[in-house]
Each structure stands twice: as C-alpha cells, then as structure tokens.
Design a protein around this ligand. Structure first.
Ligand code: ADP
Ligand code: MG
Length: 698
C-alpha cells in the first residue's frame, strides 16, 4: 500500500482544488478560506460544479451537508445530484446555492428552547475552511460530504462548529494584538491547533449482541469482575493481536483516504482497550476529523465482527477511556507560540502566552471542568485512572522556577541543554525535555502544547476547544490592553508575569494529582472540586459564564442558556436509559435465571433429604442466593419508582439532580446484588456474557 498515494484520495483538498478549479476561482476560494470572507455567488457556482464533477468521477451520486448538532454526533441528509431536464431525462447538477446553504428540518434536533417547534427551519452553511470529502458505505454508495455549520432561522447556533469557529477568531484577534505590541507586524492570523488522542475498547460482536446494556447504554450496567483485570500491567503498549492489528490496518486505510493523518496506535491500560492519535491540525478540521475517527472506528469494527465502544467507562473496575486533547496556538508563518525555545526566560512572547493560560485556566477552572462533562465521565474522573475533578496546571519544574524567579525579581536561568543519561552506552544521550511527564495532571504543559486530559472519549473536542480558545482570548485581551497602554513593554511584561503568578499561581501543581493530599491542598488554595456533571453544568447560567462568551461573540446569552438546558437534559435522558435497560435485564434475564436455579436447589434439597443425605451446602447456597435475590427485587422496585418520580420533575436541574442522587445510586446498589448473584449461579445458567467473555476473548 502506497500511503502517499492513498492519503487524501477522498478529500477535495488543495491539490484537488488546484486541478479542478479555474485559476481565478481557486485564488478567490483560497482568499475566502484564509481571510474568513464570504464567497461571491459566482465563485460558489464554479466551485460547486467542480466539486460535483470530481465527486461523480469518484462514483458519487449524492451530496450531503454534514453537520454537528448538539446531540454530540453528526447529522447528514443525502440528496442526489439528479435534476430533471426539459427532454424528460435527468442531468447531474449541483449549484453554488446548494453548496453554500441547506435547509434541513431542524425540529428533531436539540435546540434548548432556541427554536419553537413550529419554527422548524434550520440552516446549514458551508464551512469552506474544512475540506469536503467523500464517504463510502458498505454497499458501495459514495456521498459528497460538505462540512457545514448549523443554525436556526434567527441565526442562533444549534451546533458545535459555529461557536468553535467564532472562538478561533476570538483567540486569533487577541493573540495578534499581543504579537503586534511585541513588535511582530507580519503575522496575519493565529490558529488554534488540536491533536486528539482517541481511546476506545473493542469487543466481539457475538458477545456485544447479548448485552442490552452495551447496546443501548454503551456500558455494562452489570458484571462481576473477571478473575483477571489490568493488574499485571501487561496490556499497555503490549503486542497487538493479529485480529486487532488487522482492524487497525483497515482503520488507518479508511482514515488516510479521508485525509486524516492517523499516526499512533497502541494497546491501552485495560484489557481490550486501545488508542489512536492523528497528527495535530487546525482546531475545526481536527474536530471534524475526530467525529470521522469515531464514526470510522465503529464502521470498521462492525465489518470485522467487532464492536467499538467509545463510552468513558464500559466496564467497572478497569480503566475507562478519555480523549487527551492537545492544544496549541500557531502563527500564519507556522511558528508555535507555545514553543519555549532554548532559553524560555528570555522569551517574553512565550512567557506572556503561558501567563495567559495560567490566568485563563485559574479564572475559569469551573468552565473548563464543565467542558469535559458527561454521565460517562462521572464514572471515570477522580477514580485514580484519570485526573481528579480538580483543575490544575502541570507546568514542570523548570518553567515554574523561571516564573517564580521573575516574580521575586531574581535573575531567571534555564537549565539549557541538560541531557539525560540513560545509563546504557550503546544508546544515545537523550535531550532532556524541560519537564518530566506528569500523567496525573488534568492540564499539562508538555513541551510546546497543553494537554487537556479530562476530555471524555465519546464527546466532541469542540466543547473543550471552544472554552480554551475563549478563555485564552480573554486573558490575552487583558495582557494586550496592559501592554498597549504601557510605554515600557519589557517592564510591563515582567509585572504581568508577577501579577499572574500572584493572583493565579495557585493553579500550578506539579505533584501527584491522584493523591489525597492534593485534594486537601487544592481545597486550601480555594480551587473548585466539581465532582459531577450536574454540579459542573450549574455554572452555565452564571454571570461570569454568560459574560465571557457574550463578550467574545462566541455564544449569545440565549445560546449559552440553550446549551445548559440541552446538556442537563442529555444527562437525565442517559441515566434514564440506563435505568430502563437495567430494569429490563433484571426482570427479564437475571431474576428468572436465579429463580430457576433456586427451584433446582430446592428440589435437590428435597431429594437429598428424602434419602437422609446432607443438604447443608445446597441449603446455605439457597439462603445466600435468596438474600441477594430479595435485595435485587427490592432495589428494582425502588429504581422503578424513583425513575418515574424523576421523570415527572419539570425543572431540568432538579430532574437531573434526582437522576444523579437517587436513580443512579439505586442502580449501583442493584448492580451489587446482581454481581453477587453472578458469582453464586452456575455459569451455564447465567443469561449474558461475562466480563471474561467481553474483555479477554478478542
Ligand atoms: P502522548 O500519548 O505521549 O501524549 P501521542 O503521540 O499519543 O502522545 O499524542 C500526542 C498528540 O499531540 C498527537 O496528536 C500530536 O499530533 C499532538 N501534538 C503534537 N504537537 C502539537 C501541537 N503543537 N499542538 C497540538 N497538538 C500537538
Ligand atoms: Mg497518548
């Protein structure tokens, strides 16, 4: 396989545009893309036509405006290029108007009250900064997909792309102001970049299909632990099994065709858990790509008799999945603004951007935390497998020392070019990173980028990226204003660093974030510890949150409030689905199986006693089983009534609190009973595949 030939074959990328577009159209389109301008209609017509011809040559019959509603997944409605001719035949047509704007019925997408149901109109608008691509389905159908933003009749964002693009503009504008005062006149634009490391589980389809919980809720609601978990630490970076290697190869191929630079793949910590990472790219393209990665993972898995689980915690007692989101800013000239260079203490520009991050993250720890929430992540964060629910920044020893030295007015020095001797002569001396890795920090500076490690594996990376871009835009705005007013930029830079460390230095923590001491220390420092989705979402309607997004024109007040309603609703709905699935499994599978066995035991006892044999074991077993069976039966009844009461609550916040504090808690109690029963019932009578089947039989 020649990867260079395969890469991007299904993308209407720069190379394809050069080939298929007349020169002046290409230039006009490039100008639109680079400067975020509106595309003149006559240019759109030419682009549409070329796109269609290219797509048809590759076998496409349909096109779709591909968008990201607030459901968390993507949406598409396919239209064919067919258009009737006067002669009664058909022609393949695609106009500029069709390319630029679509009008899907928006009534079935979440709007959080932004759109009355009678006003069902929604609009999709072409995002020409993310290239169009072709999707092939198993039947061989090819569809031209046009990345679009999705908004209401009144132009309010009903999606994740619109605010992401707005936040990218905001952070670019404010970065430019800082660069300009520092004397950089050439940079035209600053871009936020993302590299998202996607974790996932694979499970054999034949087992998956027998688990209603996995099918409808994406996670196991029951399951006693397998005899083995992850304690041998033998899966992480372990040898990749043939079946999985085949899957990964197929996955890479599909992603490369879509122009997604999938590069890293390895076994993760938990059994049957894996990770893939592409090379980072512009944030909105990375967000589109990550949606495609999640879709392709699932598609390729099914082809191979596997199912890919993207849930944050498919299995209890082994690690769950996250999506480390690496973020940085770069200039139109290609310079990384978070690159310390050889002597970071000298690098005013670098230190100012770092200060922007420190103050942004400290000021808005609550909002960042909120951007990484969903019901699945509640089961993972703080469990010593993922960062705790407290936001802090790992800065590394050297950088922290430099910042502190400047704060104290001392001369700062970088430990330039220390090398790390690995102790084996045949190995070369490695250049020492300016910080060791800290795997426990939720937000770590990793040399020339920040790695946000709290992001849920199934979520869109747009949410955290929108927040990062916006809060950093605000911090840069403050820094730029101070520098612009000052007549001594150097002196002002030093005092900005000093003030930042004084006011926001508490957010830096280089130690072990999993330790109990940190939890206590963080409390002393006044850092918020937000341990659930519902608690985190509460900050949405606050003044600080609305003001921030309004000021940088990322989200209007209405759009912020809509998101609040939607995310609360999603949480409640997810727990409700889980409760439904749990009740279904308990009533139709577990209880009948257990009753069947108790009957068998009772009959056995009777038979044994008839011949005066001892039935002590059977009696003891029966009594233990009956205890758990009764408890399960009681908890199922309780779950049912709590679920019903929760559903009756009309206030979204109170409803989600009831789902968290009652329904979810009872569901966990119910699980304990069933998991105990699993250990007491003969394997052949147990009605669903066990953890050993799900985790160890790939
Ligand atoms: P690790 O697991 O060691 O953190 P990986 O190689 O799995 O590293 O993933 C690192 C991710 O960070 C990749 O997607 C990579 O492209 C991305 N990345 C590297 N440099 C930057 C940068 N400047 N900005 C954003 N992302 C970056
Ligand atoms: Mg990684």
């Amino acid at each position: 396989m020649d990867v260079t030939k395969l890469f991007g074959t299904n993308v209407f990328n720069d190379e394809v545009m050069r080939k298929w577009l007349p020169k002046d159209t290409y230039k006009a389109l490039k100008k639109t893309i680079d400067n975020e301008l509106h595309l003149p209609p006559e240019v759109a017509d030419v682009v549409a036509n070329a796109m269609k011809d290219w797509a048809i040559e590759k076998g496409a019959t349909h096109y779709t405006h591909w968008f990201q509603p607030l459901t968390g997944s993507t949406a598409e409605k396919h239209d064919s290029f067919l258009s009737p001719t006067a002669q009664g035949g058909v022609a393949m047509e695609f106009s500029g108007k069709q390319l630029v704007k679509g009008e899907p019925d928006a009534s079935s997408f979440p709007s959080g009250g932004l759109r009355a149901t009678f006003e069902a109109r929604g609009y999709t608008a072409w995002d020409c900064t993310s290239p169009a691509f072709l999707k092939e389905d198993a039947a061989g159908d090819v569809t031209l997909c046009i990345p679009t933003a999705f908004c209401s009749y009144t132009s309010e964002a009903l999606d994740k792309k619109t605010p992401l693009l707005r936040s990218m503009s905001a952070v670019s504008q404010q970065s430019l102001r800082v660069l300009r005062v520092l004397g950089n006149k050439t940079v035209k634009k600053v871009t936020a970049n993302i590299g998202a490391e996607q974790e996932y589980f694979l499970v054999d389809k034949k087992f998956f299909e027998k688990r209603l919980d996995l099918i409808v809720a994406g996670r196991t609601l029951f399951g006693a632990p397998a005899p083995k978990g992850q304690e041998m630490e033998d899966h992480y970076f372990g040898q990749i099994k043939d079946r999985v290697a085949d899957f990964m190869k197929d996955l890479d191929k599909e992603l490369w065709k879509l122009g997604i630079a999938a590069t890293t793949k390895h076994n993760e910590v938990a059994p049957s858990q894996f990770e893939m990472a592409p090379i980072f790219t512009t944030a909105n393209i990375a967000a589109d790509h990550n949606q495609l990665v999640m879709e392709t993972l699932q598609k390729v898995a099914i082809r191979r008799g596997l199912v890919c689980l993207l849930h944050e915690k498919p299995y209890a007692r082994v690690n769950g999945s996250g999506k480390h989101t690496n973020w940085s800013l770069s200039t139109s000239e290609g310079a990384n603004l978070l690159e310390p260079g050889k002597t970071p203490h000298d690098n005013a520009q670098f230190l100012l951007f770092i200060c922007a991050l420190i103050s942004a993250v400290d000021r808005h720890a609550d909002i960042i935390r909120r951007s990484a929430t969903n019901s699945g992540n509640d089961l993972r964060l703080g469990g010593h497998e993922a960062p705790p629910a407290i936001i802090s920044i790992f800065m590394g020893e050297e950088l922290t020392e430099i910042l502190e030295a400047i704060t104290q007015g001392k001369k700062a020095k970088s430990k330039a070019f220390t090398t790390l001797k690995v102790g084996v002569d045949t190995l070369p001396a490695l250049p020492k990173d300016n910080a060791d890795r800290n795997r426990t920090s939720p937000f770590a500076f990793t040399g020339n980028k920040f790695e946000f490690r709290m992001v849920p594996s199934s979520g869109s990376i747009s949410r955290p990226c929108i927040v990062l871009n916006t809060i950093v835009a605000e911090a840069l705005d403050d820094i730029a204003s101070r520098l612009e007013k000052s007549n001594n930029v150097n002196k002002e830079t030093a005092s900005i660093i000093k003030d930042t460390m004084k006011e926001h230095g508490r957010i830096i923590f280089n130690g072990n974030n999993y330790s109990d001491e940190w939890e206590k220390e963080a409390e002393k420092r006044g850092l918020p510890n937000i341990d659930s989705t519902v608690k985190a979402l509460k900050s949405f309607p606050g003044k600080k949150s609305i003001g921030l997004f309004q000021k940088y024109k990322v989200l209007s007040k209405g759009e912020v409030l809509a998101r609040y309603e939607i995310y609360l609703g999603q949480y409640s709905k997810q727990i409700n689905i889980e409760a439904n699935a749990a009740l279904d499994m308990v009533k139709s599978l577990y209880i009948p199986a257990v009753i069947h066995y108790t009957k068998e035991l009772a009959e056995g006892i009777e038979t044994l006693e008839a011949v005066n044999a001892s039935a002590d074991v059977q009696r003891d077993l029966l009594s233990r089983i009956s205890t758990h069976l009764e408890s399960a039966y009681r908890n199922a009844g309780k779950l049912e009534s709590e679920r019903e009461s929760a559903l009756k609550i009309t206030d979204s916040l109170k409803c989600s609190e009831m789902f968290r504090d009652k329904v979810h808690v009872t569901m966990t109690d119910l699980r304990e009973d069933i998991d105990m029963l699993e250990t007491l019932i003969p394997r052949k009578l147990w009605p669903v595949p066990t953890y050993a089947d799900l985790l160890f039989k790939l």
